[in-house]
Design a protein around this ligand. Structure first.
Ligand SMILES: *Cc1c(COP(=O)(O)O)cnc(C)c1O
Length: 393
C-alpha cells in the first residue's frame, strides 16, 4: 500500500482511497447492499472460505466498510478492524468476542458508565464476573489476577476524571499471565495513542466522537491482531447481527481526512480553557491529562502524543442551584452528552454511582467540558459570565 512507512497525517489523508479503481473519483463510493451475487458455485464457496474478508452479504459490510477499515488499520497500526453501529456496540463486541461463561474480567473503575452497565448486567447474567480496579493501580493489578482472569480492560484517560493509566505496567502483568488486554482509546484516537505499539490486543473506539467529528453519526470500531479478527467479526456480524451502514462508513472516512487538523485545534483550545480555569478562584481543580496534578500526568507525558478537547473541572463547594444557574445560561457551550464534534459542550458529571473500587473524593460539583472549534476568546467570555452566575452575581 502506498501509505506504508508514511507519517500519520499522510495516512489519514490517503489511506483507503483508490480513485483510479473508481474512474478517478476521489472518495470511495457508497455501496449499499443486502444481497451480493456470486458468479458461480465455485465463486460462492471461495468467498465463504475468507468470510469476514470477502464481501458476501450486506450484514458483513460492503466495499465502503472495507475502505474505512483499510484506512483505520493503516492509521492505528493494527491488522484488522471491525466496524459496528455505535461505540457501545464496539465495547460489547470486544467483550463478548473473547470472554466465555466462567471467565473473570478486570475492568477499570473509570470506565465509560454504560460499559459498567454491560459488565454488571449482561456479563453477570451469563456468568462472567467483573472486578473493578483503581485506574492508578499499575503493576499492582497482579494482586487482583485470578486463574480464570481472561481480560484486563483499560480506558485511558478515564471517563469524567481523566486519569492516565500506566499502560506498560499493566500490559506487562497481562502478558506474563497470558491474559488479553483491551483499551477504550476514544479520547486519544490513533493519532495520539496507538494500542498495538504498547502490546494491547484490542482497541475500542467510539468513532461517534472525533473520528466522525460532526455530531451526526453513531459508530464504533474494534481493532485487533489478525488472529482475533474472526471471533470479533463473527460476534459483531454473525451473532449480534450488525455492521456499520455504508452511508455512515462514508461519513466516518470523510471525518478521518480532517481528524488531524480538528484534533490539533481541539487540543490547543482545551489547553487554553483548562489553564484559564485553573487560575480561577471558583475552581478547585482542573482534570486534564496534559496538566500536572491530574493523576497519571507522568504516564500521559511518557506514552501519549497529544491531548484532545475533553476535560473536567472540579468546582469549589457551593450551593447546587448556583452550578445549575451557570450551566443554564451558557451561550456557546451546549448541554448535551457525547462529544468530539466541532462544537463546545458542558455537562454536569455525576460521579457518585459510577465508581466502586475507589470512591471519588471531591466534595465540589464536577463539570465536563468539550472544547470545540469556536474562537477561544469567545469561549472564555462565555465561561467568565458563567462563573459570575456561579458566584451569584
Ligand atoms: C461515547 C463513548 C462510548 C460509546 O459510544 P457511542 O457511540 O455513544 O455508543 C464509549 N466509550 C467512551 C469513552 C465514550 O465516550
Amino acid at each position: 500500500m502506498a501509505e506504508q512507512g508514511k507519517k500519520d497525517r499522510t495516512i489519514a489523508t490517503h489511506a483507503g482511497s483508490h480513485p483510479h479503481d473508481n474512474q478517478g473519483v476521489v472518495n470511495p463510493p457508497i455501496y449499499r447492499a443486502s444481497t451480493v451475487l456470486f458468479r458461480s458455485v465455485q465463486d460462492l464457496r471461495e468467498r465463504y472460505k475468507s468470510k469476514y474478508d470477502a464481501i458476501t452479504y450486506g450484514r458483513d459490510g460492503t466495499q465502503t466498510y472495507r475502505a474505512l477499515a483499510e484506512a483505520f488499520t493503516a492509521l492505528e497500526g493494527c491488522d484488522k478492524a471491525v466496524i459496528v453501529p455505535s461505540g457501545l456496540a464496539a465495547v460489547t463486541t470486544a467483550l463478548l468476542g473473547v470472554l466465555n461463561p466462567g471467565d473473570h474480567l478486570l475492568m477499570v473503575d473509570t470506565a465509560y458508565e454504560p460499559t459498567r452497565g454491560v459488565c454488571d448486567g449482561f456479563l453477570a447474567k451469563i456468568g462472567i464476573e467483573t472486578t473493578y480496579y483503581d485506574p492508578m493501580i499499575g503493576a499492582g493489578i497482579a494482586t487482583l489476577m485470578r486463574p480464570n482472569t481472561k481480560v484486563i480492560y483499560l480506558e485511558s484517560p478515564g471517563s469524567l476524571t481523566f486519569e492516565t493509566q500506566d499502560v506498560p505496567a499493566i500490559v506487562g502483568v497481562a502478558k506474563a499471565r497470558g491474559c488479553l488486554t483491551m483499551i477504550d482509546n476514544t479520547w486519544a484516537t490513533p493519532l495520539f495513542f496507538k494500542p498495538p505499539r504498547f502490546g494491547i490486543d484490542i482497541g475500542i473506539y467510539a468513532a461517534t466522537k472525533y473520528i466522525c467529528g460532526h455530531s451526526d453519526i453513531m459508530m464504533g470500531i474494534v481493532t485487533c491482531r489478525a488472529e482475533l479478527h474472526h471471533p470479533l467479526a463473527k460476534m459483531a456480524h454473525g451473532t449480534l447481527g450488525h455492521a456499520a451502514a455504508p452511508d455512515e462508513c462514508y461519513q466516518a472516512l470523510r471525518g478521518l481526512r480532517t481528524l488531524h487538523a480538528r484534533l490539533t485545534q481541539h487540543q490547543e483550545t482545551a489547553l487554553t480553557l483548562a489553564r484559564w480555569l485553573g487560575q480561577r478562584p471558583e475552581v478547585e481543580q482542573v482534570l486534564h491529562p496534559a496538566l500536572p496534578g491530574t493523576p497519571g500526568h507522568e504516564f500521559w507525558k511518557r506514552d501519549v502524543d497529544g491531548s484532545s478537547g475533553l476535560f473536567g473541572v472540579v468546582l469549589k463547594p457551593c450551593a447546587p442551584d448556583r452550578v445549575d444557574a451557570m450551566l443554564n445560561g451558557m451561550r456557546l457551550f451546549g448541554m448535551g452528552f457525547s462529544w468530539g464534534g466541532y462544537e463546545s459542550l458542558m455537562v454536569p458529571a455525576g460521579l457518585t454511582t459510577s465508581r466502586s473500587a475507589k470512591p471519588w473524593p471531591a466534595v465540589g460539583r464536577t463539570v465536563r467540558i468539550h472544547a470545540g472549534l469556536e474562537d477561544p476568546e469567545d469561549l472564555i467570555a462565555d465561561l467568565e459570565d458563567g462563573l459570575a452566575r456561579l458566584r451569584g452575581n
